[in-house]
Each structure stands twice: as structure tokens, then as C-alpha cells.
Unconditional design. Structure first.
Length: 226
């Protein structure tokens, strides 16, 4: 079995709907409240027996939230499960894809990326162009082509959890650091196409700052290239 991990900062009721769906197939779910302004939604989630809610008193960033969950998993759950799968809190990942990736992780014991399809008419322009450019830059620098370097749907086997805890990055830059570190370690990265639900208000509610966070990502891509 696999344990879903959901880092969340100021989520709305979509998070509760995600949890309701995941409870049907997963015995444990780790949610990290990353210093949200209200804990009302997290109190509701904590009532479900499958859910473990970890809390940061102040916002520390997605990278720190993920590592908080990895550390808890390593200390408390790792002996009873095969790995973890990280999921965004905004409802853009379908439960069917989460289950599909979990099965692949159990079968192959490799790191798995849920790669979004950017050829649909409802794909936001900034997502389509930004990811295409980043994938090409990544291939040019690191000799590995990954179709979606910014996906939040990722699965990791137990054997790599200690390694992920050593990777630098407090916010969104953690995820690009993660891929660079895995490629340099010569790990196999499985890619699985997923259906992403692009919500009408997703850009408005995204905590990804296009200019600032994109700058950090490209700075990291070039600074770690050797």
C-alpha cells in the first residue's frame, strides 16, 4: 500500500472532497497544514480515521511541508507501506490517476511522475509554454527528457525517502531540485500520462508566483549544471 501526502496552504473545500475520494482506496493519508490562516478545514479532515494532519505554525513553503511529511512517514509508517505519493491540494489531480501511479510504484519500485497532457484546449497558455520550455532546458543541461518537470503528482518508493529528505529547497524550487538530484543519482524516473483538471479559478488560487518562482527554478537549473 501507498500513503498519499498532501501539502496545503489556505485550501478550500476541494481538499475535503479529495480526502473523501482517497479514503476509499488508501488506509493512511498525510496532510500538512503549512501555516494556513484558518484550521477549520483541517479540523474536519482530522476527524477521518485515515487522516494524519501535521501543522506548521507559520507558512514555510511546499518544500518544507513535503519534507515534514516524509520525515513523519519515515519515523512512523515506513515499515507498513511501500512508498508515498504527493498530491496537490487544489483538486487538479484525479483520484483514478493517483491510484494508477500508486500501482506502478508498487510494481516497479522506482520514482514516478504523473505527467500532464498539455495538448488540450483548456490548458492555460502559461502552463503549456512554461513546461515545454523547462523540459527542453532540462534535457539540454541534464541529458534526460521529462515531459512535465513541474507536476506535483509524484510517487516515491521507501528506498528513496531518506534521500529526498537531504534535498535542498523550502518552496516550489524543491521539486526541481528533486528531479536534478534523482537524475544525478542515475535513478530511473517513470513517467505516466495523467488527466489534469484545469479549474477556472486555478490561476487565481495558485501559490506559485510566475516571475519569482520561475526565476528560482531556472537559476537552480543552471547553477546545478556541471
Amino acid at each position: 500500500m501507498i500513503v498519499p501526502i498532501i501539502p496545503a496552504y489556505n485550501p478550500d473545500d476541494k481538499l475535503i472532497e479529495i480526502i473523501k475520494e482517497l479514503r476509499k482506496d488508501f488506509k493512511k493519508i498525510i496532510i500538512v497544514n503549512d501555516g494556513s490562516n484558518s484550521d477549520e478545514i483541517f479540523k474536519k479532515i482530522a476527524e477521518y480515521k485515515e487522516c494524519i494532519v501535521l501543522t506548521h505554525e507559520v507558512n514555510k513553503g511546499k518544500g518544507v511541508a513535503l519534507k515534514t511529511a516524509f520525515a513523519y512517514y519515515q519515523e512512523k509508517l515506513i515499515n507498513n507501506y511501500r512508498g508515498v505519493i504527493t498530491i496537490d491540494a487544489d483538486g487538479q489531480h484525479k483520484t483514478s490517476d493517483v491510484k494508477k501511479i500508486a500501482l506502478i510504484l508498487e510494481e516497479k519500485n522506482n520514482f514516478v511522475l504523473g505527467t500532464r497532457l498539455f495538448n488540450t484546449k483548456d490548458t492555460p497558455w502559461r502552463n503549456k509554454v512554461g513546461n515545454r520550455i523547462t523540459s527542453r532546458v532540462f534535457k539540454r543541461l541534464y541529458k534526460v527528457y521529462l515531459k512535465d518537470t513541474q507536476t506535483g503528482l509524484r510517487a516515491c518508493p521507501n528506498r528513496l525517502i531518506p534521500f529526498l529528505l537531504t534535498i535542498a529547497g523550502n518552496r516550489f524550487e524543491y521539486e526541481i531540485n528533486e528531479l536534478i538530484a534523482l537524475v544525478k543519482k542515475k535513478e530511473i524516473i517513470e513517467e505516466v500520462d495523467i488527466k489534469t483538471v484545469y479549474l477556472s479559478d486555478s490561476n487565481k488560487k495558485s501559490h506559485f508566483n510566475v516571475l519569482k518562482d520561475s526565476y528560482k527554478i531556472y537559476k537552480i537549473l543552471f547553477s546545478k549544471w556541471k
